[in-house]
Design a protein around this ligand. Structure first.
Ligand SMILES: [Ca+2]
Length: 495
């Protein structure tokens, strides 16, 4: 694309920031680069700069302080117990939860669109998009170390630790004999960062702008890292979440009697939650360290000024909130995730307008000056990046199989459990930990009714045909996700 056509397409989109970014570049012909960093199972509260937990993330903090932070970023849920797959299929197809699988088969995916727009596209790490070969030869120009949905867990990594004695003798994050992230001899997070650093170096040799998709498998379990990272979080200093309970009362009826929930013993103990959160924080910090290496390499390459860096995750994770361990629920800890975009022309600030993480797909296309295809349903963030008060979505929607539905608007949230026949109504402004269910409080009956109507509207918009008052019989195929994957992870593949 010529400079003139780039500028005219950008100007047509009324994007002052992108326009100035492109125009300000030393080489006006060159479009901006993109470093897209996608973490796995990383909830919104595990960024130190956000001040919500005692996790250490000095490098993500660099992005947080220097970029635009969207504080209320959601994943829409999942049509599979493997929430990652739905999130990533939506991300790469640009289509919402009940249309993304078909769309992903019918239309070119996000990285292919970037390639078609003149980008050299690079991929390493976790892909996990429904129905696609992980090697992704036709989607990216360069692929290194494509990984499955998760490293291999071992039976000893479940239902632990029962107590301090069990911890002493049991599974440890740094025990390389357990494979998983250690499979192949080098931790997968290190390899992913090494690959990204290689991509940055390679990109200097081409005239094309780059699009790097760096998919960490962390902080998904198995929560494996070197011991020194676990030691950063002494167990006596760990805290249980405010909404800690020993058992979630409706777990089976909301589809939460599955693999992720077996990581902790049941009933949960404060000790087991503290150990799991210690290891979770350690995984995030270890990933943060690798991200720091990539950011440093980008700086050194001289390409940072013309590169948008995005850090986000596919979904959140409970790790002891509400008596839950996994991400198969619609509480904020499991549907909200970190989202930062830093780059040319973007003034650092926080925006609390709710967005979906998948909005990044059309956003990047527009920042690149590419056309957003008509099938893309998620919204570009450029109007919000230009004006923090711009309108975006009217409400945020969530669904998990037929077990759970959610809608949230203006600080209020309704969760419906069709099989458990329950409604949960939360005032998120007063009760961010979602502990006080107001659904049975007559004072809020009008609010409940309003959100029930809104949920019906949202279901209709999203092509969700579930009757929440009369759900179909529970499918025998789906209620449990046993640990079916028995294949060993692939050895280190090459491009
Ligand atoms: Ca995930």
């Amino acid at each position: 694309m010529s400079r003139q056509s780039t500028l005219s397409s950008l100007a047509g989109l009324s994007i002052a920031t992108a326009l100035s970014a492109v125009a300000a570049d030393d080489n006006p012909e060159k479009k901006p680069n993109f470093l897209f960093i996608l973490a796995d199972d990383t909830t919104y509260e595990v960024i130190a700069a956000a001040g919500m937990t005692k996790v250490k993330t000095p490098n993500i903090d660099r992005l947080y302080r220097g970029g635009v932070v969207f504080t209320h970023t959601y994943n829409m849920g999942s049509w599979s117990p493997a929430v990652c797959i739905a999130s990533r299929t939506m991300l790469n197809s640009g289509m919402t939860i009940n249309r993304d699988r078909r769309g992903a088969k019918q239309h070119p995916l996000w990285p292919r669109l970037m390639g078609d727009d003149g980008y050299k596209t690079y991929f390493t790490g976790k892909w996990h998009v429904s129905g696609f070969d992980r090697k992704q030869k036709t989607i990216f120009d360069v692929v290194k170390h494509p990984r499955p949905g998760m490293p291999r867990q071992t039976p000893s990594g479940y239902h632990r630790p029962k107590d301090e004695e069990d911890y002493k003798n049991g599974w440890k994050p740094w025990d390389k004999s357990k494979g998983g992230f250690w499979q192949g001899g080098e931790h997968w997070s290190i390899i992913a960062a090494d690959d990204a650093i290689g991509f940055i170096d390679d990109a200097k040799k081409t005239d094309k702008p780059f699009f790097i998709y760096l998919g960490f498998n962390s902080a998904h379990d198995p929560r494996q890292v070197p011991k020194e990272y676990v030691d950063m979080y002494p167990i006596e200093k760990m805290e249980t979440p405010k909404n800690f309970i020993a058992l979630y009362p409706d777990a089976a009826k909301i589809g939460c009697d599955i693999r992720d929930e077996f990581l902790l013993p049941s009933p949960r103990t404060e000790y087991s939650v503290k150990v799991n959160r210690q290891e979770y924080y350690a995984c995030v910090t270890f990933m943060d360290h690798q991200i720091g290496r990539v950011l440093d390499a980008l700086e050194k390459s001289g390409q940072a000024d013309n590169t948008y860096i995005i850090f986000t995750a596919d979904n959140g994770l409970a790790v002891g909130h509400h008596g839950l361990a996994g991400k198969q629920n619609l509480y904020d800890h499991s549907v909200r995730l970190p989202f930062i975009i830093k780059g040319p022309g973007l003034k650092p600030r926080k925006i609390d307008t709710p967005i979906y993480m998948q909005d990044i797909m059309p956003t990047v296309l527009r920042l690149a000056g590419a056309k957003v295809p008509e099938w893309v349903e998620f919204k570009s963030l450029l109007p919000l990046l230009k004006d923090s008060n711009a309108t975006h979505y009217d409400h945020i929607y969530g669904q998990y199989l037929n077990y759970q539905r959610m809608v949230t608007k203006n600080g209020w949230k309704l969760i419906v459990y069709p099989y458990a026949k329950k409604r949960l109504l939360f005032n998120l402004d007063k009760d961010p930990d979602e502990m006080v269910n107001l659904a049975h409080n007559p004072e809020y009956s009008a609010k409940l009714e309003e959100l029930e109507k809104l949920l019906k509207t949202a279901q209709s918009e999203m092509g969700d045909t579930l009757d929440i008052n009369a759900p179909p019989p529970i499918s025998k195929r789906h209620p449990r996700q046993k640990n079916r994957r028995r294949k060993k992870p692939e050895p280190a593949a090459t491009e």
